[in-house]
Design a protein around this ligand. Structure first.
Ligand SMILES: [Zn+2]
Length: 316
């Protein structure tokens, strides 16, 4: 008995501590503690044009700004830099006739490899980008994020890749220049009012995205996410990426390689809202389809007319 008590006392704190301290390095061990991490709808995945299917119901996403006066809080949570955006924006058009999705926060994933190759969670045609931003939203059917987070399709996340450009990305700079104030886990700071999500993401680009059903990319890995990943990257400078690479987690260890390896697509389908990998070709194709009346609204109108005619014939 004494032996049992001793073993329990000795190992319990370790068990509790390890559950609270998952790391990106030990992601293979996540399913043992967090069962959803071993599920069939996990993220991230490799986004591949050839295996994806066009879904014409996927419309242009856009944000409605709520003109909140609440200041924006940037924090180091030990895994990433996270900007709280509660009550600032809602995401529209997630699905036909769908409810709004409330923007909760944005955060980043990056790497530390010498050649700056790795960093993003999703891959595009098998290749990573140095940084990926996630805009996390939840269905307005739920009163808050915690209530929504476990439910199927209750979250919608937009994934945005960043590639290197020669200049600093001035729209990202309000976050980058504030990172020096959150070097250590648990630190928070309010950023100035110049951050503009719609301008940063260049909102008009949100008609081209990959779509699939997936999960949170870290524990507890709930399979509740409608993923929307943009194939065209934004840009940041090497200097700006370096600012993310200085952030520290537990015991002042660097927050390193904050990305999960890709997960099998399995029996899921990968959809896309665009016709061609090339933007110009895609735009031409869209114009042709609209001129032929093959857009979604014409299709809905056709279906409606068909039902009306059938009803008329039936009553005659
Ligand atoms: Zn993320």
């Amino acid at each position: 008995m004494l032996k049992f008590i001793l073993i329990t006392v000795l190992f319990l704190p370790i068990a509790v501590e390890s559950k609270d301290r998952w790391t990106f390095e030990n992601s293979k061990a996540w399913p043992a503690t967090y069962k959803y991490c071993g599920g069939n709808l996990q993220s991230p995945i490799d986004l591949n044009f050839q295996i994806s299917h066009v879904d014409p119901r996927l419309k242009q996403l856009y944000f409605k700004e709520l003109y909140s006066r609440e200041p924006l809080e940037l924090s180091n949570n030990g895994y990433s830099a996270q900007l709280e955006l509660k009550n600032h924006y809602v995401l529209k058009n997630v699905a036909p006739e769908s409810e709004d999705y409330k923007v909760e926060q944005i955060h980043f994933h990056w790497g530390h490899s010498e050649d700056y190759v790795n960093g993003s969670e999703h891959l595009l045609e098998g290749l990573p980008y140095p940084l990926e931003m996630h805009i996390v939203t939840y269905s307005s059917w739920f009163s808050n994020f915690s209530e929504a987070v476990k439910n199927t399709r209750a979250l919608a996340v937009i994934g945005v890749f960043f590639e290197f450009g020669k200049e600093d990305n001035s729209l990202l700079e309000p976050i980058v220049k504030t990172l020096k104030h959150i070097q250590h886990k648990g630190q928070t700071v309010f950023i100035d009012g110049n951050f503009d999500l719609k301008a940063l993401i260049d909102e008009k680009r949100l008609y081209r995205y990959y779509r699939y059903d997936g999960s949170l990319t870290n524990p507890p890995c709930y399979e509740s996410v409608i993923w929307n990943v943009l194939p065209e990257p934004l840009q940041l400078s090497v200097k700006q990426l370096n600012a993310f690479q200085t952030l520290r987690a537990e015991k002042s260890q660097l927050i390193k390689n904050t990305y999960r390896s890709i997960q099998p697509l399995g029996s899921r389908k990968l959809f896309r809202s665009f016709y061609s990998q090339d933007i110009q070709e895609d735009d031409i194709q869209r114009k042709i389809l609209v001129s032929k009346g093959h857009d979604q609204y014409s299709f809905v109108k056709m279906k409606f007319s068909f039902v009306l005619i059938s009803l008329l014939l039936f009553t005659i």
